[in-house]
Design a protein around this ligand. Structure first.
Ligand SMILES: *Cc1c(COP(=O)(O)O)cnc(C)c1O
Length: 403
């Protein structure tokens, strides 16, 4: 069966009620027929549900679908994407271990690697993600873990997944890829050899801006190590959120195709806009890694960035004129969202750190939704035009005088 079919048809075993849609197992624990059954389940002699911090039918269904989509053996669901990212590191690393990570990461991942893990003696070297030599040069005797995000948030820089997988194999390291921006519909890093694929399910997996969630899919032996950490520290996904997210996976293929189609059309429409310094989108030929994008991504994804001339002042002006798109720090919704990373999601980074990953004061991230593309193009064009009316007035007056 195709993945589209499986994403719809995988479901928790039907109950005696013969329901069509999967029930919500909102229960903290499960019962045993007798003390012997409880003993045997705890002793791993027979399979069975115990307690929802450990397992739950809704959560297990969601994880099974995610592993199917990501082509991995096993997986674990978490309360949030950050809980998943942290558990991957905390579950597998110990004091004295070293990580090499790309600089262009989600803001909170940078905080974990640079401020939290060093408290327990785990250190990180950050490198330019696209520079394979820099990755290799940063590997030390105690390096255990490579971590990257492709495309990156918000810079849309790509990592060559085939090359980084060859590097991790050569040095016998664990590679974790945050696949949040691409989703398994666009790329499946495990196919290249990634050991762990991590998601904020809050984004395109929910796709409708309702619930938080996270998931790690990957090699069974590593997942088991992380499972020990997560079962005993408790960052579990709520059954309700799993139920919502598993339903959302029924439409993920349709949604991502439409998101990508809309984003590509908006990027093309804005590419020549005089109010912008740049438009960045993986499937525009002007993207510096266009060839790589074509090689490893099935579609361009839902996110593009624009760099508005005139910095924050003009960004603010444009934001006042935007009528359809929402101004919010989230992404991955049916509703188009604009975000100004320098003053919000990446405001905790120093100006130098922001510059290194291409976050200028004029950069706006557009998470393109599922509205009619004509309406979106018109909305952005009118907002940019109205905002720029403010700018060149003086010049215009001067020319008028000269004429
Ligand atoms: C949002 C996001 C996260 C964090 O996920 P939460 O669900 O908000 O905890 C991690 N990585 C990327 C790339 C993200 O966009």
């Amino acid at each position: 069966m195709k993945k589209q079919t499986k994403a719809i048809r995988i479901q928790a075993e039907r109950s005696q009620n013969r329901e069509h849609s999967v029930p919500l197992y909102l229960t903290s624990s499960f019962t045993f027929e007798d003390a012997e059954q409880g003993r045997a389940i705890f002793a791993d002699e027979i399979e069975g549900n115990i307690y929802s911090r450990y397992m739950n039918p809704n959560v297990d269904e969601f994880v099974e679908k995610m592993c199917m989509l990501e082509n991995t053996e096993d997986g674990i669901a978490f309360a949030t994407g950050m809980a998943a990212n942290f558990a991957a590191m905390a579950g597998l690393l110990k004091s004295g271990d070293h990580v090499v990570a790309s600089k262009a990461l989600f803001g909170s991942c940078i905080q974990i690697l640079s401020k939290i893990l060093p408290k327990w003696g785990i250190t990180t070297t950050f490198v330019d993600g696209h520079d394979l030599h820099a990755w290799e040069a940063a590997i030390q005797d105690n390096t255990k873990f490579l971590f990257c995000e492709s495309p990156s948030n918000p810079g849309l820089d790509l990592i060559d997944l085939e090359a980084i997988c060859q590097l991790k194999a050569k040095h016998n390291l664990i590679l974790a890829v945050d696949n949040c921006f691409a989703t398994p519909v666009i790329q499946t890093p495990a196919d290249w050899g990634a050991d762990l694929v991590i998601h904020s399910a809050t984004k395109y997996i929910d796709g409708q801006g309702r619930v938080l969630g996270g998931v790690i899919c990957g090699r069974e032996s590593l997942i088991n190590e992380i499972r020990f950490f997560s079962r005993h520290t408790g960052p579990s996904m709520s059954p309700f959120n799993a139920w919502v997210l598993s339903k959302s996976l029924e439409t993920i293929h349709l949604r991502i195709e439409k998101h990508s189609d809309n984003a590509f059309k908006l990027a093309q429409a804005l590419e020549k806009n005089p109010a912008l310094n740049a438009v960045k989108y993986p499937f525009l030929t002007s993207h510096p890694q266009f060839e790589l994008a074509k090689k490893q991504m099935r579609m361009g994804g839902a996110i593009l960035t624009i760099d508005i001339k005139g910095g924050f002042e003009m960004v603010n002006e444009v934001s006042k004129h935007i009528q359809i798109a929402s101004i919010s720090p989230n992404l991955g919704d049916t509703r188009t969202i604009i975000t100004h990373p320098a003053s919000t999601t990446h405001s905790k980074l120093s100006p130098e750190q922001r510059a290194e990953v291409g976050i200028t004061d004029g950069l706006v991230r557009i998470a393109v939704g599922l509205e009619a593309i004509e309406d979106l193009i018109e909305d952005f064009e009118q907002a940019l035009e109205k905002a720029t009316l403010l700018l060149p007035k003086e010049e215009e007056e001067e020319t008028a005088v000269a004429e």
